[in-house]
Design a protein around this ligand. Structure first.
Ligand SMILES: Nc1ncnc2c1ncn2[C@@H]1O[C@H](COP(=O)(O)OP(=O)(O)O)[C@@H](O)[C@H]1O
Ligand SMILES: [Mg+2]
Length: 245
């Protein structure tokens, strides 16, 4: 149904002497929402950092839009349409919402163009417009995550990598973040999501990927992953508990 926008072939990466991704081979479909699940320490976040050029690729390929981008740096990848929203808080809390967004456009090196795109972001994220002059640190956790996503969208990415956006958010804010990801997907953005609440995330996703010990353990439609008996037993029970915090 969907073309492939990104694939990895035998990807090897890690930290220092430690190998975490150990021959990761998988593919991601264009204009779809795909959730990556797997136990803690499986290498999910490491996978994103490697895709986005923040860790060296020791072996293997990362094919993005038909090009092997292994070894390329984050700034270049941003220009090629890949964006990354890491886990946790990644805003400048003492700057205004507006200035945080301007920073998102810094690689455009064109303030009028950045301002124009900020207006487009405000249309999609009205709460950011309302709070434009507020210090970003005064926003709620959910609003700060919206700001991070909005800032990433400023560069009009084709592929958004987003790591655990719902951590620390209330169930209502988490739902709003998921709704927003679906809206972006409907606008043609490919979303690759890591999510602790695997059951919830798979329920709204098109596809699912299971990583285990830095390798692909299972992939397929989100339904097929959700209904896989072993996966349910291994991961989903724990995820449901987390969602009740
Ligand atoms: N900066 C780092 N330096 C060394 N080891 C790390 C670092 N970040 C993560 N690791 C290790 O890499 C493994 C995979 O971590 P990570 O990719 O964060 O897993 P996940 O996101 O699936 O929970 C874990 O064993 C973790 O301890
Ligand atoms: Mg992680």
């Amino acid at each position: 149904m969907h073309d492939i926008i990104l694939s990895t072939e035998g990807l090897v990466a890690g930290y220092g002497q430690t190998t975490i991704l150990n021959g990761t081979t998988l593919s991601v479909r264009k204009a779809a929402l795909t959730t990556v699940i797997g136990p803690n320490g499986a290498g999910k976040s490491t996978f994103f950092k490697t895709l986005f050029g923040m860790l060296p690729v020791r072996a293997g390929k990362i094919i993005f839009n038909g090009e092997n981008i292994a070894g390329q740096k984050p700034l270049g990848l941003l220009g090629k349409g890949m964006a990354y929203v890491p886990q946790g808080r990644n805003i400048f809390p003492s700057l205004t919402v507006e200035h945080n967004l301007e920073f998102g456009g810094i690689s455009l090196n064109n303030l009028p163009e950045t301002r124009q795109r900020m207006e487009a972001v405000y249309k999609q994220f009205p709460i950011l417009k309302t709070r434009a002059k507020a210090q970003a640190g005064t926003l709620s956790g959910g609003e700060q995550k919206m700001l991070e996503i909005g800032r990433a969208m400023l560069l009009e990415p084709k592929l958004l990598l987003i790591d655990e956006p719902s951590i620390g958010l209330s169930p209502i804010m988490a739902q709003q973040a998921f709704d927003l990801l679906l809206k972006l997907r409907d606008n043609g953005v490919t979303i690759l999501l890591i999510e602790q609440n695997a059951k919830k995330a798979l329920a709204i996703s098109d596809y699912g990927i299971v990583l285990q010990q830095g390798r692909l353990a299972l992939d397929g439609t989100a339904d097929s992953v959700l209904n896989h008996p072993e996966i349910g037993h291994l991961f989903l029970g724990g995820a449901v508990q987390v969602s009740n915090q």
